[in-house]
Ligand binder design. Structure first.
Ligand code: TYD
Ligand code: MG
Length: 457
């Protein structure tokens, strides 16, 4: 894009346009596209011989690993890939009120108690407010340096004046203001400039910098999307505010795996770790009811048992309703289609509601079989056999496919007192901790429901 042309930037995702338009083609948001002052573009005619020579190194170039600090909050450390890396920038996103500030305050308080210098800069709350929260959750004796500020220049100057701390929390990046940029705080230009400066400082001073980012759908405030590309690690803190559970998920991590989750519970004493989430997610189960199936899932390296609930009810609408919470709606449509087309189960004309209990979001196709079992169980009003877990992927042809880490899933189920598992065929060749019912095809699962009337194909 030439220098003189106006730039329109989507405040949600950072997409660029030549003209204003109401809806962003990239992220689909409305009224997020604003005119931005043109940025300096690289001058024409960069010719060889004018820059500095960069040293190239071989692939086996050994560089000593950056030190890591354990925050002492096990769930957070695991999601970070084994602690906090010096010189790294971490974005932590999530809805307002989900607990980002609480989590980071707890993390820096623990670190500071262990002698790691930490600063917490809030652009949203007064220091008194934060101190009050710290007192409430019993962290007031921790030597965290606390400040309420939004001017980036002041913040950087103050950090330097006191000697750069090892860990800095910026809460939130949308409230920060770099005075060399004209736009208002929260616009893409500001968020980008402030992040860039803080990340540069993190690398230069070997600090770990946490950037808090609000995810919001409303007008002017920039989503932290533009920052995602710039930082080393992106964590999302999610959960249903009506529920106590909070799930911390790594969606990008240059220093560890991205499939780990950390599970927390919000209590009146702050966030507490949930080292055995299966027990918690299944805790509120009320006996064997129809339409419920316990899925033996995996979240990263950890098995996690959750209940999948389905409600299938005759529809009064021309187009039946489908509502899904915690799972992919496209995947649900597929399972319904396979039940219809491959197994002759007339389910498509019903309203179908699917819910993953406890506010968890499942991404694994391994949940297919549990979803199918819950659907048919609700359709026939027949509970699944007692003390039973389910897992397996379903193909479009109606086959039940094996999934990874079956042994870990079965072990977790046995540990929690389940006695039977409905699984893909092939697992029974080896000794397993619980009784197995194996299935090659989805139709075989339907034999568990004698009341099911099926169409003859
Ligand atoms: P907060 O960390 O301020 O959320 P965020 O920074 O993501 O906006 O958390 C706010 C919510 O957490 C608030 O609704 C109150 C609740 N909370 C508790 O239930 N117990 C606690 O000990 C604390 C500190 C907060
Ligand atoms: Mg906050």
């Amino acid at each position: 894009m030439a220098k003189s042309e106006p730039r329109y930037v989507c405040q949600g995702c950072g997409a660029l346009y030549r003209r204003w338009q109401g809806r962003c083609d990239d992220c689909g948001e409305w009224n997020m596209i604003l005119l931005e002052a043109p940025r300096q573009v690289v001058p024409k005619g960069l010719s060889a011989g004018k820059g500095q020579v960069i040293g190239f190194s071989p692939l086996d170039h050994a560089e000593s690993e950056a030190p890591r600090w354990l925050t002492g909050i096990g769930e957070l450390d695991r999601v970070l890939g084994g602690g906090l890396v010096a010189g790294s920038a971490i974005l932590i996103g999530g809805d307002p009120g989900i607990g980002k500030s609480t989590l980071l305050l707890q993390a820096v308080a623990e670190l500071a108690r262990k002698g790691v210098t930490c600063a917490y800069v809030s652009g949203e709350e007064a220091t008194g407010q934060i101190a009050m929260r710290a007192r409430r959750i019993g962290l007031q004796d921790s030597p965290v340096r606390l400040a309420a500020a939004t001017n980036l220049r002041d913040i950087v100057t103050s950090l330097e004046a006191g000697g750069f701390p090892r860990v800095v929390v910026i809460d939130s990046i949308q409230t920060m203001f770099a005075d060399n940029i004209e736009s208002a705080p929260g616009t893409v230009a500001q968020v980008r400039a402030a992040s860039q400066e803080l990340i540069r400082l993190a690398k230069q001073e070997e600090m770990a910098v946490f950037l808090v980012g609000h995810v919001t759908k409303e007008g002017q405030i920039a989503g932290p999307r533009v920052v995602e590309h710039m930082v080393d690690t992106v964590l999302y803190f999610e959960g249903d505010r009506g529920h106590q559970f909070r799930i911390l998920r790594a969606v990008k991590n240059r220093f560890g795996p991205t499939d780990e989750i950390g599970v927390f519970a919000m209590t009146d004493k702050g966030l507490s770790e949930v080292p055995n989430p299966s027990a918690l997610f299944l805790g509120s189960r009320s006996g064997n009811v129809s339409g419920a199936a316990v899925f033996a899932g995996m979240e990263g390296t950890r098995p996690l048992l959750v209940e999948i609930q389905a409600l299938v009810a005759p529809s009064s609408l021309g187009t039946p309703r489908r509502a899904v919470v915690g799972w992919d709606s496209g995947r649900l449509a597929m399972i319904i289609a396979v039940l219809e087309a491959r197994c002759g189960v007339a389910i498509g004309m019903n309203d179908v509601y699917l819910n993953v209990a406890g506010g968890l979001r499942i991404g694994e196709p391994a949940a297919d079989l549990a979803v199918a079992a819950a659907l048919v169980s609700s359709l026939t009003d027949t509970p699944l056999p007692e003390e039973t877990v389910v897992f397996g992927e379903i193909s479009l042809a109606g086959e039940v496919r094996p999934v990874g880490q079956a042994e870990a899933r079965l072990k977790e189920a046995a540990k929690l007192g389940f006695s039977q598992a409905l699984v893909p065929a092939g697992l029974g060749q080896r000794q397993q901790p619980i009784r197995l019912a194996e299935f090659d095809r989805l139709t075989q699962l339907l034999d568990l429901f004698p009341d099911l009337t099926r169409r003859r194909n």
